[in-house]
Ligand binder design. Structure first.
Ligand SMILES: C[S@@+](CC[C@H](N)C(=O)[O-])C[C@H]1O[C@@H](n2cnc3c(N)ncnc32)[C@H](O)[C@@H]1O
Length: 243
């Protein structure tokens, strides 16, 4: 279980970035040793609205954050730049990405924890949970299990922040399916997209776990059919299955 705040830090105050997003993206990207990582990270952080969306939600409550499928740890790096001072644990089954994230955190004394692990075996945790662009890499039944497991780790007053492509009619969804195909073919992603969930497949298990999901499009300047779901557990509410 993570402590609520990293040692020597105050968890409660979480000011949002005052710097230009471009400067934040550049500062984080410059920490990566490989040039193509630097280029990817700079443009991802500059144009993807997901990281700022998570920062806004975690600012509401000083709980630590579990980042499932954290990849290169961009969310953790972004949150530290935003003033997020609570504990952070990222988990991903891509050991190479985890090693890179870990090395950067250590080199810059960011106090972020990264584990090489599978989303199917989450550690004990209580706080906020992030699940950004991960769900569609799992089969439908495993998605339901992960949503239940993730929801069980959301503390009262905290939230699960999930961003995913939803299965819908329309060009955005078709384009996203193509993009995922190329990500896998280029070996950037270790596993192919398996199942794009419909909105109800996400909302139903979260409601059953006592969370209150709010679903909104989160396209930003991307052409993808992405939605953000912020599922809060009301303060004082009981957690039905505490991991
Ligand atoms: C599109 S990337 C998103 C990375 C990160 N969440 C972000 O938004 O910056 C999806 C990540 O999920 C990870 N992933 C997919 N299936 C996983 C699983 N079963 N367990 C752990 N990580 C997984 C992949 O390795 C990849 O790093």
């Amino acid at each position: 279980m993570l402590a609520a705040a990293a040692p020597g830090r105050l968890a409660a105050a979480v000011p949002m970035p005052e710097q230009q997003p471009r400067a934040v993206a550049r500062r984080i990207a410059d920490r990566f040793p490989r040039r193509w990582h630097r280029d990817y990270v700079r443009s991802k952080l500059r144009f993807d609205p997901a990281y700022a969306a998570v920062a806004a939600v975690v600012a509401e409550d000083a709980s630590p954050l579990l980042d499932i499928g954290c990849g290169l740890g961009l969310l953790g790096f972004y949150l530290r730049e935003s003033g997020f001072a609570a504990g952070y644990r990222g988990i991903d089954f891509d050991g190479e990405k985890i090693a890179i994230a870990r090395a950067i955190s250590a080199r810059h004394s960011l106090d972020l924890a990264f584990d090489d692990g599978d989303a199917g075996e989450l550690p004990p945790f209580s706080g906020h949970v992030a699940l950004l662009d991960v769900l569609h890499y799992l089969p439908a039944a495993a998605q339901q299990r992960l949503l239940r497991d993730a929801a069980a780790r959301v503390a009262p007053g905290a939230a699960l922040i999930l961003r995913n492509v939803l299965r819908e009619r329309g060009w955005r969804f078709r384009l996203t399916v193509w993009e995922e195909y190329f990500l896998y073919a280029s070996r950037w992603m270790r596993s192919p997209a398996v199942h794009y969930p419909e909105r109800g497949e996400i909302e139903t298990p979260l409601r059953a776990a006592g969370l209150e999901p709010d679903v909104r499009p989160l396209w930003g300047s991307t052409p993808f059919n992405s939605f953000v779901i912020v599922a809060r557990r009301p303060p004082g509410a009981a957690v039905s299955r505490s991991p």
